[in-house]
Design a protein around this ligand. Structure first.
Ligand code: PMP
Length: 359
């Protein structure tokens, strides 16, 4: 198997793939695969309900929240959030720590008044804005934050106090990777394709009280309430993606839930950051140490020719997906939940060897 450092779609647990393979031709003795069944079948309804229940159980939430399975990616959410929750005359506050937060606020500006309440752009998105510099509006419609910036490799490890307005988080690249106080959030959304499943489904956790505030005169597919009222079955959902998501959540539960994921992920990231820190400046981490992402490790080499050589030689050694995002270059190693620790040990050893030969 390849050591898969892809940023998303990304590595899936082998046990999950094997289960999907075993069930593919004949799902629960029905003589057909889940791909071929009605989304109104009792089999699919059970998967849909299971995925919602597991999602809430992993986050320690019960009544008062819904989990919706939508399409259009996290990028679609950038537009749907202001369409539903940013009425004329109100302002929404965005905390911007990288490219994805920038995209979110740009989309919101097409809809209404969206403000940047804090940004780390001036420092090249290497760190997090100092808590004292977050300037919230008097009464924002909501506050939006990106908990992990996938391209820059910058992650909030402790979320600052952000007032009483509904707090909305893009957790596309760190959902279910560590325990956190989910009850603080009015809404959390994530494209599944990094930590919790394949591409094609976007998971949205939303508090009932926020749902109730959503604008009622939008087309049905743009309203969160449509998905909530119909348990994500208003129209044909991405059935196979939701099935895979349910298997991935079950795998996380079986492994010990979010505390176990956090412990595993911290150990994995430490192998790679240690290789950076021991390189005497040959590898230069992009993120300031306090903001280092445990999911996406971003770093540079002395020049771009060496970076290309690094990616090519790593690939030849069975390590794929290490080129940085096309917008920033450099190297990025994505270490999502399903990536085994062995892959991080292999990468750290490769980094040491590459330094010895080229440093
Ligand atoms: N937000 C974050 C933090 C992301 O990492 C990504 C995808 N890399 C997106 C949003 C966009 O997600 P999608 O491709 O599902 O629209």
């Amino acid at each position: 198997m390849a050591h898969n450092f892809n940023a998303g779609p990304a590595v899936l647990a082998r046990a999950v793939l094997e289960r999907a393979q075993a069930e593919l031709l004949d799902y629960q003795g029905r003589g057909m695969s889940i791909l071929e069944m009605s989304h109104r079948s009792k089999e699919y309804e059970a998967i849909n309900a299971s995925a919602e229940a597991r999602f809430k159980a992993l986050l320690g939430l019960g009544e008062g929240y819904r989990v919706l399975f939508m399409q259009g990616g996290a990028s679609g959410q950038f537009a749907l959030i202001p369409l539903n929750f940013l009425p004329a005359g109100a302002a929404a506050d965005y905390i911007v720590t990288g490219v994805w937060g920038e995209k979110a606020v740009e989309e919101a500006r097409l809809v209404g008044q969206a403000r940047v309440a804090a940004s780390s752009a001036a420092g090249g998105f290497r760190g997090l804005p100092p808590v004292g510099e977050i300037e919230l509006s008097a009464r924002p419609a909501y506050v939006h934050i990106t908990t992990n910036e996938t391209i820059q490799g910058v992650q909030w490890h402790e979320l600052p106090a952000l007032g009483d307005a509904p707090l909305i988080a893009d957790m596309s690249s760190d959902i279910m990777s560590r325990p956190f106080d989910a009850a603080r959030f009015a809404m959390i959304y994530a494209g599944a394709q990094k930590n919790i499943g394949p591409a094609g489904v976007t998971a949205v956790l939303i508090r009932d009280s926020l749902l109730a505030q959503g604008r009622g005169d939008l087309p049905a597919m743009l309203r969160y309430s449509t998905f909530a009222k119909n348990s994500s079955l208003y129209n044909t959902p991405p059935v196979f993606a939701v099935y895979m998501l349910d298997l991935c959540l079950a795998w996380i539960q079986d492994r010990g839930g979010l505390p176990a994921m956090a412990e595993h992920n911290a150990r994995k990231a430490a192998h790679v950051y240690t290789a950076i820190d021991r390189s005497g400046g040959f590898y230069r981490g992009h993120a300031e140490p306090a903001a280092r992402s445990l999911m996406n490790v971003t770093f540079r080499l002395p020049d771009e020719a060496l970076e290309r050589q690094f990616v090519a030689e790593a690939q030849a050694a069975g390590m794929v997906g290490l080129a940085g995002h096309r917008s920033v270059g450099g190297i990025r190693a994505s270490l999502y939940n399903a990536l085994p620790e062995e892959s991080c040990l292999a990468l750290a050893a490769f980094m040491e060897e590459f330094l010895r030969k080229n440093g």
